[in-house]
Design a protein around this ligand. Structure first.
Ligand SMILES: Nc1ncnc2c1ncn2[C@@H]1O[C@H](COP(=O)(O)OP(=O)(O)OP(=O)(O)O)[C@@H](O)[C@H]1O
Ligand SMILES: [Mg+2]
Length: 337
């Protein structure tokens, strides 16, 4: 089963100011601030929701198609994604703008001054799935397209094009929910095979759409809501709700990208034919690996680590049920499903 992931591709540029911002601000001169901080430790981290999820799927042995817009600075990032097994042929390279970039400086008191440059992401709306996917050979067509946070026009366009092409899609509006109106959110969600939110976004989605929980469940296949350290819940139209606890006792080093890793684990499991409960468990297991590491693409999705998490959280039988599916990945290093 081939999965395509449409969404943001970005880098985080993080610096540390070894002083206090407050000491540099002169209250009487705030009307013409002109400050420059000499910073230490520039760290560039790979990120962007679609790139994170594609990275995770690649690490689990699938060969996901990444769809998004970047700048000509994407070269070194692309190398890493390709090494991970990600197909980057769906990435549009802008001739004018650089890849989306989050720039943040943190001071000694953990105060932050940040800016997000959307850059080339705005051009994701120019990517035409009808051309990219519709004209592909039948065996190269994705069986599922995940629509992750991105330029809102791109999210809406790609969702509509999935409907027109008859390709199942998953809706993952996440942080973009805040800037979408009710009509747009309804358009992104209606008819999704899977809907992903965290707990806050689940409430925001109901508020934005004006739908009840049942209205949502009438319109999507299954609604998966991640609950942070409480794990995740899956709600189905037939009224069943499944609750899966998180992996216990995970040292929280850096939670960035944890939701994306969950989606990668979940989707890899469903792509390989695992049932819902096992898929949610694998999602939690992959998410636990991200929390232990700094950044959202520095973790190791090796089968033995994932199995250790599964055993700790759900017992030996649960781990043994999933093990053969992970073994396929480890043995062949590719998507054999
Ligand atoms: N403290 C924790 N310990 C173990 N697992 C966790 C913890 N926090 C999160 N997880 C795992 O990660 C999954 C996703 O977490 P969460 O609901 O916080 O996502 P999120 O809010 O979308 O995060 P983000 O958008 O920052 O990536 C959870 O379902 C759970 O499996
Ligand atoms: Mg999230």
């Amino acid at each position: 089963m081939r999965i395509a992931v449409s969404g943001s591709i970005a880098t985080d540029h993080l610096t540390v100011f070894p002083g206090r911002f407050a000491d540099q601000l002169v209250p009487s001169q705030l009307h013409h601030v002109s400050l420059s901080f000499l910073v230490d430790d520039l760290e560039v981290r790979r990120g962007g929701v679609a790139a994170n999820i594609a990275f995770g799927l690649g690490g689990l042995g699938l060969a996901p198609l990444l769809i998004g817009a970047v700048g000509t600075d994407f070269g070194p990032y692309e190398v890493v994604l390709k090494e991970q097994g990600v197909d980057t042929s769906g990435v549009l390279v802008s001739g004018e703008r650089q890849t989306a970039r989050f720039m943040c400086t943190t001071d000694q008191d953990a105060n932050q001054i940040a800016a997000f440059y959307a850059g080339a992401m705005a051009e994701a709306r120019d990517i035409d799935l009808t051309t990219l996917i519709g004209n592909a050979a039948p065996d190269a067509r994705p069986d599922l397209v995940l629509i992750a946070p991105n330029d809102p026009e791109a999210m809406l366009r790609h969702t509509r094009q999935c409907r027109e092409l008859g390709i199942p899609f998953a809706a993952d509006p996440s942080q973009q929910l805040a800037r979408l109106d009710g009509t747009q959110v309804r358009d992104l969600v209606d008819g999704a095979r899977w809907l992903f939110t965290n707990e806050y976004e689940a409430a925001l989605l109901l508020e934005r759409t004006g739908w009840t929980r049942d209205d949502v469940l009438d319109r999507v296949g299954t609604w998966i809501t991640t609950l942070g350290s409480h794990g995740a819940r899956a709600e189905c139209a037939d009224g069943t709700t499944l609750r899966v606890p998180a992996v216990p006792d995970v040292p929280v080093v850096d939670p960035t990208g944890v939701g994306d890793a969950f989606r990668a684990g979940f989707l890899a499991a469903t792509a390989r034919g695992l049932a819902l409960k096992a898929a949610v468990r694998l999602g939690c297991s992959v998410a636990a690996e991200v929390i232990r590491t700094v950044g959202s693409q520095s973790y190791d999705a090796a089968a033995d680590r994932l199995l250790a998490n599964l055993t700790a959280a759900y017992g030996t039988d649960a781990a043994e049920e999933i093990a053969p599916y992970l073994a396929v990945v480890t043995r062949e290093g590719g998507d054999s499903s």
